[in-house]
Write a protein that binds this ligand. Structure first.
Ligand code: NIG
Ligand code: FE
Length: 397
């Protein structure tokens, strides 16, 4: 398939714009991309000047869960903090109760609605975490549902085991035993069933200490799994430095990250995943150190963090916008954050940019310039999605 009359955002070295471009797709891959005048002589489809960018990648989500926490939104608006609610047994623990009580079919049915909402904005790869089961059975059920989502919808699903999300009630007074349980039981079970592509944790005052997190990282490494970490969201515990020492793919949230942490990320090639949805919903004041990330050349990704508590955000386009408005990213940085850098955050080398040999996952947009994607709120200019070289949404005439 040769597509012509495209405005191409290759996302190589910034937008990497090629006006009046063409793309040749073959066998699910990009065979060639460049100026139309240089295109191979093949029958072609005129795309009417649409913007072509890589399919979008949401590199941090928790879309599989049971229950609903709208009550906590009201509590927070009445003055309670996220940490207060967590300490009182709400927060993540409340979703754990509901997720344990939900069947696999129920979890699949609720997650598929969330996924469909995300896919309507041109997402072709999504990361999905466990972490609301915390026992072996429910963690595996969540991960099976995540894999199933990738079979029922045209999207690549990357799964992440998040057993170290919080301490479950049965281990409330036995923290060391729960860490041991994660390292010796739930994580190995997920790995053995090939249900975890990576391992994540929540390093925070209300969750796991750096020392506890390190034990989980050691277990992950022993199983050959890459790590990533929710770090420096509400305070600075040095989680990012630890993550960098373990060669983490990404460290996520990072509002309280300091310069030494940024330097550690730069040295280890760890991607900074910023989550402006959680910042927005929790009405945080502390901004992530964007200027420092830039000066140390740490790749910045952004994601929805779609979850029932801190970020019930079902729109990656909205995240593009609020990352610019709240964090001061440029629209170019924001688009890199859901394409090239989001791929890096997942350790995926075959996508996120438009170049020969890459997976033919593309989103075509009815916009003039790539910066237009981050500008409006609540407007979706998606025209066509191509996955593995096949049109899966919209149509080419
Ligand atoms: O990424 N920070 C920890 N985990 C999630 C929130 C999970 C929840 O509140 O249910 C996050 O924001
Ligand atoms: Fe998260």
């Amino acid at each position: 398939m040769l597509l012509t009359n495209l405005n191409l955002a290759t996302m190589i070295g910034g937008y990497g714009l090629i006006p009046d471009a063409a793309i040749h797709l073959e066998g699910g891959r990009i065979a060639w991309a460049g100026p139309r005048v240089e295109a191979p002589k093949l029958p072609s489809t005129d795309c009417g000047g649409k913007l072509a960018a890589p399919g979008l990648i949401d590199c941090h989500t928790h879309i599989v869960y049971g229950g609903n926490r709208a009550n906590e939104f009201e509590m927070r608006l009445n003055g309670a903090s996220y940490a207060d609610i967590a300490k009182a047994g709400g927060g993540i623990a409340s979703t754990v109760r509901a997720t344990r009580a939900a069947s696999e079919a129920e979890l699949l049915a609720s997650a598929i609605r969330r996924l469909d909402t995300l896919l309507a904005e041109g997402i072709t790869t999504i990361e999905i975490k466990s972490g609301y089961g915390l026992d072996v059975e429910t963690e595996l059920r969540m991960l099976r549902v995540a894999r199933q989502l990738g079979k029922q919808r045209p999207v690549d699903v990357i799964t992440t085991f998040l057993g170290a999300h919080t301490f479950p009630p049965e281990y409330k007074d036995a923290r060391a035993d729960y860490v041991k349980f994660v390292c010796e039981q739930s994580l190995p079970a997920a790995a053995q069933a090939h249900l975890a592509d990576a391992v994540d944790g929540f390093c925070e005052g209300i969750a796991f200490s750096a020392a506890e997190t390190e034990q989980v990282f050691k277990a992950a490494k022993a199983l050959g799994l890459p790590v990533k970490l929710h770090a420096e969201q509400l305070s600075n515990l040095g989680g990012t430095k630890l993550a960098a020492r373990y060669g983490a793919l990404s460290a996520d949230h990072l509002e309280y990250l300091d310069e030494a942490g940024v330097a550690a990320m730069a040295a280890s090639g760890t991607v900074a995943v910023l989550l402006p949805g959680a910042f927005y919903y929790l009405r945080e004041k502390q901004l992530p150190p964007v200027a420092s990330l830039r000066s140390h050349k740490v790749p910045i990704a952004i994601a929805t963090d779609l979850n029932p508590g801190s970020s019930p955000v079902h729109s990656l386009l909205t995240v593009l916008n609020i990352s610019c408005v709240l964090f001061g990213l440029t629209p170019e940085e924001a688009l890199l954050g859901v394409t090239a850098n989001a791929a890096k955050a997942l350790g995926l080398k075959d996508r996120g940019v438009i170049a020969p040999g890459m997976k033919a996952d593309l989103a075509l947009w009815d916009v003039e310039r790539p910066g237009d994607l981050a500008y409006p709120l609540g407007f979706n200019p998606l025209a066509v999605v191509i996955r593995d070289g096949e049109v899966i949404r919209g149509g080419l005439s």
